[in-house]
Design a protein around this ligand. Structure first.
Ligand SMILES: Nc1ncnc2c1ncn2[C@@H]1O[C@H](COP(=O)(O)OP(=O)(O)O)[C@@H](O)[C@H]1O
Ligand SMILES: Cc1cn([C@H]2C[C@H](O)[C@@H](COP(=O)(O)OP(=O)(O)O)O2)c(=O)[nH]c1=O
Length: 204
């Protein structure tokens, strides 16, 4: 049987990465085989593109095309084969991030996003997307506390990140059966409780 495809989304500092491995382990304890991966990246070529995307200034459409080029490679080399083998795939960001960052944050024409999405994965959408949502200031505070070296996107102004957050919420509103909004302004423990309930429902 084909595996399930789960993606994690949210603004920078929302806390996604803190739960990806934990959810994978929870699913493995239920006997599932789980591949954890991320975007941009996930393949040797994708990781090279990630380095460029996170550091170099470029035209918005170049940025969008490179995000989808990395995604095409990732789907062909890792995601699709794993799902076909019956493995579950957990991916830290996917096309909703392009919708939110290049679309919401930078103003990419929606028709161009939709054309690329149709081209690259017309017949595949995540089975479940967990959107970690929280106020911008809380996410910023976490990044500052973590003393993280800021990448190109994290260096963007607050209004950019606010537009990213709103674009994610609009997309979740438009796709209620696929996307679940996680209240991420909470303790790690309470967020795990929310995820446990979701994990039980998707495994049953
Ligand atoms: N619920 C939480 N409460 C407090 N701090 C958190 C919480 N979740 C994550 N953090 C911390 O915030 C920082 C950003 O978390 P991370 O998981 O890397 O976010 P993301 O992957 O969404 O950018 C890390 O230092 C992490 O330890
Ligand atoms: C997948 C994807 C990511 N991004 C951005 C969002 C993030 O700021 C950045 C990298 O994401 P991420 O892996 O969350 O970085 P980190 O966990 O190190 O903070 O790439 C886009 O702008 N568009 C996309 O399609």
């Amino acid at each position: 049987m084909r595996g399930k495809f789960i993606t994690f989304e949210g603004i920078d500092g929302a806390g996604k990465s803190s739960h990806v491995e934990w959810l994978a382990e929870t699913l493995r304890q239920r006997g599932l085989s789980v591949l954890v991966t991320r975007e941009p990246g996930g393949t040797a070529l994708g990781e090279k593109l990630r380095e460029l995307l996170l550091s170099e200034a470029m035209h918005l459409e170049t940025e969008t095309l490179l995000m989808f080029a990395a995604r095409r490679e990732h789907l062909a080399q890792r995601i699709e084969p794993a799902l076909a083998r019956g493995e579950w795939v957990i991916c830290d960001r996917f096309s909703d991030a392009t919708w939110a960052y290049q679309g919401g944050g930078r103003g990419l024409d929606k028709a161009k996003f939709l054309a690329l999405e149709r081209w690259v994965h017309e017949h595949l959408q995540p089975d479940l997307t967990l959107l970690f949502d929280l106020p911008l200031e809380v996410a910023r505070e976490r990044i500052v506390l973590a003393n993280r070296v800021l990448d190109k996107f994290e260096q963007e102004r607050a209004d950019f990140h606010e537009r990213v957050r709103q674009a994610y919420l609009e997309r979740a509103h438009a796709n209620p059966s696929r996307m679940r909004v996680i209240g991420a302004d909470d303790s790690l423990e309470n967020i795990r409780k929310q995820l446990e309930v979701i994990a039980s429902s998707i495994c049953s």
